[in-house]
Write a protein that binds this ligand. Structure first.
Ligand code: ZN
Length: 119
């Protein structure tokens, strides 16, 4: 999911990234695998991982469109004024903050995986 502050193109790119993550997972699952194999597959990534990727795609779209700034719910993850040398680190820092505030996930509390065992 993404906030209402971005363009339709960024939203489509963001959601497309999630679709790609799910397709990648599905592509490696086979009927011969056990449920635990499915759950433990490295393609069964966390909410943190899939959202991080999706916002990185969004930042790339922003850069490609030469947008001055992008944010979700006020958390900026792209600004064309960021110097090229520090751009990647600032994009990643912005996304980390946004994921923490908006989704309550972080590298040390990455949230649910794409598929989870029912509790
Ligand atoms: Zn999302």
């Amino acid at each position: 999911m993404i906030g209402p502050t971005n363009t339709a193109e960024a939203t489509a790119a963001h959601e497309g990234s999630h679709v790609a993550d799910r397709e990648e997972l599905v592509s490696v699952l086979t009927p011969a695998m056990s449920t635990d194999d499915w759950l433990n597959s490295k393609e069964n990534i966390t909410q943190y991982a899939t959202e991080f990727r999706a916002y990185m795609v969004g930042a790339a779209v922003a850069q490609g469109r030469r947008e001055s700034t992008y944010n979700a719910d006020g958390y900026e993850y792209w600004n064309s004024g960021w110097k090229e040398a520090e751009r990647d680190i600032r994009v990643r820092a912005g996304i980390s903050t946004l994921l923490e505030k908006k989704y309550h996930v972080a590298s040390d509390k990455p949230g649910p995986r794409i598929i989870e065992k029912k509790k």
